[in-house]
Design a protein around this ligand. Structure first.
Ligand code: M6R
Length: 366
């Protein structure tokens, strides 16, 4: 079932263009340049009522939620809160009238996420599930369903399920945006064009990733490393850091780039690898000054940026370039080399990539 691949994880990374196409299929109406989500069964009146959104999820699905928050707020101006599902019900969340709760779960069986759904429903919230498994507990308990079509994910480290969740969030944000009229038609059409290009862009990129193996061998010799970025780049950093920890067992942390100097900069030593995400060009100058701060303390900086970003090439020691897209779509492209980086770093350390120690694919205890 590995289709000639050594590991499910690599197979699943390479399946991402297909997963994007399947998750998009039938959901973009070309004539009206709009999104149709009939299976979600949430009509425009329901959508127009939404005043607040809360998203609950665990692990990688939580990192998709971080992206979801950012894009829903940008496209719709509806305030969005995000919670790690295991924290949600113990913080006595304020669930007002017209709150939509979105639960994100690849397996649909995560106990903490289910508990959060039950808490939300008790308070009368409408619950929408984003899940990859038809008929799963999360799918059954939610009021509305937005499926991701990543196909079965076997490796413990989530890859194609995460990026499919991002695609689901782009569709949802655009759908809410068109229902409440928060986005002009030209902006929507422009974003749709770029979303439709993502599968081919990812496919082309996957054929040109030889540089990643050599970077992975370099970082495999370190005990600690840092991922930094601002805005959506910080959300990518969080997911990249989790992926690396989970399978390579190298300690890493993700920081908003501007936050390092408030304490953690003290950890940077000669040679410490720092992976600097710099796809968000509105904050590029700021990110570059943060790169200079770590370099001045001896860090070895690996940048991640859109093709053509020459400023980063000057500031960093080396750069991983990814195909250019809209800044809002960056997570769906820039995470991919970092999934591969985790994969090759785990291989370089001789780890069991698909079944990392101490972890289970589906976490059914709270
Ligand atoms: O099935 P779920 O999406 O609910 O799982 C949530 C997390 O357990 C999961 O994403 C976990 O963090 C992954 N192993 C990360 O790669």
């Amino acid at each position: 079932e590995k289709n000639g691949y050594d590991h499910f994880m690599l197979k699943e990374i390479e399946e991402q263009p297909r997963a994007y196409r399947d998750t998009l299929r039938g959901r973009i109406d070309e004539d009206s340049q709009s999104i149709t989500l009939p299976d979600m069964m949430m009509n425009p009146e329901h959508i127009r009522e939404i005043k607040h959104i809360q998203i609950v999820a665990c692990g990688t699905a939580y990192h998709a939620a971080c992206v979801g928050k950012s894009i829903i707020e940008r496209m719709t101006r509806i305030p969005v809160e995000i919670d790690v599902a295991s924290e949600y019900r113990y913080r006595q969340p304020i669930i007002q009238e017209h709150t939509l709760v979105i639960a994100v779960s690849q397996s649909g069986e995560t106990a903490d996420t289910l508990a959060a759904i039950r808490e939300a429903k008790l308070s009368g919230a409408r619950v929408l599930a984003i899940t990859n498994v038809v008929g799963s507990s999360v799918a059954r308990e939610a009021d509305h369903l937005l499926m991701t079509w990543a196909g079965p994910e076997i490796a413990v480290a989530s890859t194609k399920a995460y990026t499919s969740q991002l695609i689901a969030f782009y569709l949802l944000a655009l759908y809410i945006g068109q229902s409440i009229g928060s986005m002009d038609l030209a902006a929507r059409a422009q974003l749709l064009t770029q979303i439709k290009e993502l599968p081919d862009q990812v496919q082309n990129m996957l054929g040109h990733m030889t540089q990643i193996e050599q970077i992975a061998e370099h970082i495999a010799g370190y005990h600690d490393l840092y991922f930094i970025g601002r805005g959506l780049d910080y959300t990518i950093a969080m997911e990249a850091s989790l992926k690396l920890k989970e399978i390579s067992y190298i300690h890493s942390e993700a920081y908003p780039a501007g936050e390092l100097k408030h304490g953690s900069l003290a950890l940077i030593e000669d040679g410490t690898p720092v992976i600097a995400l710099a796809t968000q060009e509105v904050v590029l100058e700021k990110t570059i000054s943060n790169i200079r701060e770590v370099k001045a303390r001896g860090a070895y900086v690996i940048g991640v940026a859109f093709e053509g970003n020459m400023e980063l090439a000057q500031a960093a020691d080396e750069v991983i370039y990814v195909p250019r897209t809209d800044a809002l779509l960056a997570p769906a492209i820039a995470i991919i080399p970092l999934q591969l980086l985790a994969y090759y770093a785990a291989l370089a350390r001789g780890n069991d990539v698909d079944k990392p120690r101490n972890l289970a694919k589906s976490v059914t205890v709270e």
